[in-house]
Structures are given as structure tokens and as C-alpha cells.
Design a protein around this ligand. Structure first.
Ligand SMILES: Nc1ncnc2c1ncn2[C@@H]1O[C@H](COP(=O)(O)OP(=O)(O)OP(=O)(O)O)[C@@H](O)[C@H]1O
Ligand SMILES: [Mg+2]
Length: 315
């Protein structure tokens, strides 16, 4: 029996060991149906291992994983029809065209697929007769996403779909992912790119050394872990730096002679600007910015490394 659940994925105390290495170390999290969930973590963090356990491909060492209410170790045949997978470092048949490739994968699943609809969804209309080997990196990844969708799955797993792509190709893949969300698919995205997670994900889980070290909406993660503002001043007067330093804010100069100051409140920004004005000094421009997910990620993964005594010795 499959139980009805609001969750596409439920991971409970999952561990995967390779010899002495806990590649995934006692992690728990859930993914809601219809959300874009981003798994963010450095190389070797355990992202692919976790994802491939959820996809029924690797067996867990311990813990429990349910996909759409089904135990991934017991319901492999039922699960495979309801998920789509783009593996990390995906590749396909070199001399087979886009359309032939999709027809082939649809046949593998013995399903009737709206191939044209799929081609439309991943925006490969002009490339249907192109062989795989002649596609650019971004087009290859979009074909990979289309392959993951041939069985009209409810949950789609994409392991680093934009790694190695140039910015435009990356944006084009993002468009496709937003299209999937619009269609109500649950998307489980693995990525190294913060801006990708920040832009696309409803929920982000940061994984480091086999542990989930933070989870929440991008906004929540930023609010919780980086509650400060970054003020940048483009000064005309050299004395601006001294004024800010004397106020005790610890300014630094960047490569372009801009002054960077980290403050806690907008009130501090006002105080700094008033002090500059009172001193009769001038500045050309200013920018006040909230930290982004990248800063949170660097802070949290940095802390996780420092907490690890083995890592300290090798530093
Ligand atoms: N089949 C395997 N046998 C032995 N060790 C493995 C195996 N698969 C993964 N590992 C190890 O487990 C750890 C986690 O690997 P995993 O591929 O899950 O990380 P990842 O977060 O996906 O990294 P990347 O960002 O580089 O893809 C790594 O130390 C890796 O070397
Ligand atoms: Mg990986």
C-alpha cells in the first residue's frame, strides 16, 4: 500500500558508508510536492550519493527513504515510472538525432510520449534533426532534461544540470526548469551555483561532508546566517576611509579603491553618511546590499570545515 503524503521525498536518518567514509551521515529532510528543492554543497559533500539513493539506484547503509510515500528499497519498479533522472555528467548516443534519442527513450519506458510537446518544453525545436555530438553543452543538457521527462514523471531529479555551461546557456536551462515548476512537477536540483539555488529554489538544503548543515528558503537562510548589510562607498576624498575607520567599523579597500564596510543596521549606514557629510568630505556613489546565498554558503561550509579536527590538522 502506498500512503498518501504531501511530500515527494522523505529522508529519515539516512546514512551511506563506503568503507570508513560516511559519504552521507545520518541526514533527514523532506521535499514537498510541487516545490523546487535545491541541494547545494561542495565537491564530495554527498549530493549525488543521496540523490541516487532516492532514485533507487544505490542502496542505503541505514535509514529510511520514501518517494511519493513508497519505500525506495522495496518499491523500485513502481518508483521508476514516477520519476525522471538527469544524472551528473549526462551523455547520450553521439550520432543519434534529438528526435531519435527521445523516441528511443520513450520506447524504453513503453509509454506514448508527446515528443513534440517535450521538444517545445526544452526549446529544441530547431535542433530535432541535429546529432547529439553536434549540440552545444547547453543544448545537450536540455536534451538530457527532455529524456528525464519522457515518462511524464511527477518528480524530476537533475544532478548539476548547468555545471560547465556559459552564463547564457545556464539561463536557458533555468527557463526550462521554471517551466517544469509551472507544470506542477517536483524538481530536485543538485547544484554548486548559489545564484541558481537562490533564483529557482523554494527550499535549499546545504550539505557538507555528508551532513545537512542548513535548510530553509533562500531568504530564511540569509536572514538567519548573514544578518548584516554591505555598504560600498566610491569616495572622491581619501579622508573618507579614515572617517569610517575612526568610527570603529573596520572598512577595507577593494581593488578599485572602493571602501567596503559591513554594518548591522541601516541606521549605521546613516551614521556613516552623516559623519562624512559633517567632515565636509565627498563621495561619488554608494551601494547598500544584503548578503546573498553565496556569502551564507561560504560562512556555513567554512564553519563546518573548522569544526572538523582532522581538517584543522591538514590546514
Ligand atoms: N561508489 C562509491 N564508492 C566509494 N566512494 C564513493 C562512491 N560514491 C561516492 N563516493 C565518495 O563519497 C563522497 C561523496 O560523493 P558524492 O559523489 O555523493 O558527492 P557530491 O556532493 O555529489 O560531489 P560533486 O559535487 O563532486 O558531484 C566522496 O568522498 C566520494 O568520493
Ligand atoms: Mg555529485
Amino acid at each position: 500500500m502506498t500512503k498518501e503524503t504531501a511530500y515527494a521525498v522523505e529522508v529519515d536518518r539516512l546514512t551511506k558508508r563506503y568503507g570508513d567514509l560516511p559519504a552521507v551521515d545520518d541526514i533527514s529532510f523532506t521535499v514537498r510536492k510541487g516545490e523546487v528543492f535545491a541541494f547545494l554543497g561542495p565537491n564530495g559533500a554527498g549530493k549525488t550519493t543521496t540523490v541516487e539513493i532516492i532514485e533507487t539506484i544505490r542502496p542505503p547503509t541505514s535509514g529510511k527513504v520514501n518517494l511519493l510515500g513508497m519505500d525506495v528499497t522495496k518499491k523500485k519498479h513502481d518508483i521508476v515510472h514516477r520519476i525522471g533522472v538527469l544524472p551528473q555528467g549526462f551523455s547520450s548516443f553521439d550520432r543519434i538525432t534529438v528526435r531519435e534519442t527521445l523516441l528511443y527513450y520513450a520506447r524504453l519506458f513503453s509509454v506514448k510520449t508527446d515528443i513534440d510537446g517535450l521538444i517545445e518544453l526544452v526549446n529544441l525545436r530547431d535542433k530535432t534533426k541535429e546529432q547529439y555530438r553536434n549540440l552545444s553543452g547547453g543544448l545537450k543538457q536540455r536534451l538530457g532534461i527532455a529524456i528525464a521527462l519522457v515518462n511524464n514523471p511527477e518528480v524530476v531529479f537533475l544532478d548539476e544540470p548547468t555545471t560547465g555551461l556559459d552564463p547564457r546557456a545556464r539561463h536557458e536551462v533555468w527557463e526550462v526548469l521554471l517551466g517544469l515548476k509551472k507544470k506542477g512537477k517536483t524538481v530536485f536540483l543538485t547544484t554548486h551555483y548559489m545564484e541558481e539555488a537562490e533564483l529557482l529554489a523554494d527550499t535549499v538544503a546545504i550539505i557538507s561532508k555528508g551532513k545537512v548543515i542548513a535548510m530553509g528558503t533562500p531568504g530564511e537562510l540569509i536572514e538567519r546566517n548573514a544578518n548584516y548589510l554591505s555598504l560600498t562607498l566610491k569616495p572622491i576624498d581619501e579622508k573618507v576611509f579614515e572617517i569610517v575607520r575612526k568610527m570603529g567599523f573596520g572598512p577595507v579597500l577593494d581593488n578599485h579603491k572602493n571602501i567596503k564596510v559591513r554594518v548591522e543596521h541601516t541606521y549605521d549606514v546613516q551614521k556613516i553618511l552623516n559623519a562624512i557629510k559633517d567632515a565636509g568630505a565627498l563621495y561619488l556613489g554608494l551601494d547598500v546590499r544584503k548578503p546573498n546565498l553565496e556569502e551564507v554558503f561560504l560562512k556555513l561550509t567554512g564553519e563546518a570545515l573548522r569544526e572538523d579536527p582532522d581538517e584543522m590538522e591538514t590546514e
